[in-house]
Design a protein around this ligand. Structure first.
Ligand SMILES: [Zn+2]
Ligand SMILES: [Zn+2]
Length: 377
C-alpha cells in the first residue's frame, strides 16, 4: 500500500518528540477534516483518513512508535505489525468507534429528530388523461403518528417520566475495543430511543411506539402533458418523522397505459393511416384519429408508402406550458388490395398493362427511399 510509506509524523504534522496528547489532538483535528462524510467532494478523503488513522495507530502505541523510530516501516512489518481495521464495516464505523458517533454515522444511531422516509406510489392513467390533465385517488400505507396518543406513546392522561435506563440523557456509553485501544462510544438508549423520557403507561393503541402504519387516501393532481415514468413529488406527504423530525416526501410514479391509436414521441403523437393503393394513386381527403376525435388529412395523388403528414398542434400539450401542443404525425401505410373479385382483377390487369416508365419514374435516391420506408426521415 502506497499510503503506508509516508512518515506518520509527517502525516499527522507533529514533531518527532511530540507527546501523546499532542499526537491525539493532531489526529482528531485531521480526522475531523478528512472524515468522508464531510468530504464528499474529495474522492481521496477516505484514503487520506485511512492514512491518518494508520499514522495514529503507530504513534499512539509506545512499542510501535519505538520500532518505527529505529527501523522505519520495514521494522514494523518485520515486527509483525500490519494496520488492523478489522471489525469495522466502513471508514465511518472506524470514525464512530473513535469519536463516539460524531456526525451520526452508521455506528450508533444518533438521538434526536429524524426525518421520515419517502414513500413511492404508482399511478396508471390513460393517454387521454395525460393530455387533459387529471387527478388520481391514491391509496397507500404510511407511518403516521398514533391517532390515540398523538405520537408521544403515552396512554392519554398518564404522565411521561424520565427514562431510568439512561437517566434522561437519551444515550448510553459503551466501551469497545478498537485498534486504538479502548474507546467510548455512544448509542441511542434502547429503552427511550433517544428521547430521554418514556411514558409511565404506554398507549394501548400503538404499544407505546407513538407511531402506527395507516392506510391513507389522497387525491393528487396530474398535470396535462405528463410523460410515462415521470414522478410527482409531494413534499411532506411521506412517512412521519421520529422524535419531532419532519415527514418524508411522497413520490407518485406516473405510468401511461399503452394507447392503441397512438405512439408518443415526446410531445408529438404518431399514428398510422391505412391508405388503399388506388386511393394513394388518385389522392383523397381521409380522416385520421386525433386526441379529440378525428382530423382530416389530405392525401395527395401519388402518395408513397411511409410518407408522413404532420398535423400541427394535434399532439400532446407541453408540460407546464399552457396552450402549447406538439404535433400529430400521420404515417401513411399503403395497403395493397387483396382477395380481388374477378372484375377488380380485370381492371388491375388493364391498369398494369398500361403502365409506362413515366408512371414509376422517381428521382428519389436509394437512401431517401429507405428512410421513408423505415421511418427514419
Ligand atoms: Zn399511541
Ligand atoms: Zn433512555
Amino acid at each position: 500500500m502506497a499510503t503506508s510509506a509516508r512518515d506518520p509524523y509527517e502525516v499527522l504534522g507533529v514533531q518527532r518528540d511530540a507527546d501523546e496528547t499532542t499526537i491525539k489532538k493532531a489526529f482528531r483535528k485531521l480526522a475531523r477534516e478528512l472524515h468522508p462524510d464531510v468530504n464528499r467532494h474529495d474522492p481521496d478523503a477516505e484514503e487520506k483518513f485511512k492514512e491518518a488513522a494508520e499514522a495514529y495507530e503507530i504513534l499512539n502505541d509506545s512499542e510501535r512508535r519505538a520500532l518505527y523510530d529505529r527501523y522505519g516501516h520495514d521494522g514494523l512489518r518485520s515486527g509483525g505489525y500490519a494496520p488492523n481495521f478489522e471489525g469495522f464495516g466502513s471508514i465511518s464505523d472506524l470514525f464512530d468507534a473513535f469519536f463516539g458517533g460524531f456526525g451520526g454515522g452508521v455506528g450508533g444511531r444518533a438521538a434526536g429528530p429524524a426525518q421520515g422516509r419517502d414513500v413511492a406510489v404508482g399511478a396508471e392513467i390513460t393517454l387521454a388523461d395525460a393530455a387533459e390533465g387529471t387527478s388520481v385517488e391514491l391509496s397507500f400505507e404510511a407511518v403516521d403518528a398514533c391517532e390515540v396518543c398523538h405520537g408521544n406513546g403515552a396512554k392519554p392522561g398518564t404522565p411521561i417520566v424520565t427514562c431510568e435506563r439512561c437517566g434522561g440523557a437519551g444515550v448510553l456509553q459503551a466501551v469497545t475495543r478498537s485498534p486504538f485501544g479502548q474507546v467510548m462510544r455512544q448509542m441511542a438508549c434502547d429503552v427511550c430511543g433517544g428521547d430521554g423520557r418514556v411514558p409511565s403507561e404506554p398507549c394501548e393503541h400503538c404499544d407505546g411506539r407513538g407511531r402506527e402504519v395507516r392506510r391513507r387516501t389522497l387525491r393528487v393532481d396530474v398535470p396535462a402533458g405528463i410523460g410515462d415514468g415521470q414522478r410527482i413529488r409531494l413534499s411532506g406527504r411521506g412517512h412521519a418523522g421520529e422524535r419531532g423530525g419532519p415527514p418524508g416526501d411522497l413520490y407518485v410514479l406516473v405510468r401511461i397505459a399503452p394507447d392503441e391509436r397512438f405512439l408518443r414521441d415526446g410531445d408529438d403523437l404518431v399514428t398510422v393511416l391505412d391508405v388503399p393503393a388506388p386511393v394513394a394513386m388518385i389522392g383523397a381527403t381521409m380522416t385520421a384519429p386525433s386526441l379529440d376525435g378525428e382530423v382530416e388529412v389530405d392525401i395527395p395523388a401519388g402518395t408513397q408508402p411511409g410518407e408522413v403528414f404532420v398535423v400541427r398542434g394535434e399532439g400532446m400539450p407541453r408540460l407546464r406550458r399552457s396552450g402549447r401542443r406538439g404535433d400529430l404525425r400521420v404515417v401513411v401505410n399503403i395497403v395493397v388490395p387483396r382477395r380481388l373479385t374477378r372484375d377488380q382483377r380485370k381492371q388491375a390487369e388493364k391498369l398494369a398493362d398500361s403502365m409506362t416508365d413515366e408512371n414509376v419514374r422517381t428521382d428519389e435516391s436509394l437512401v431517401g427511399k429507405l428512410k421513408r420506408l423505415i421511418g427514419a426521415a
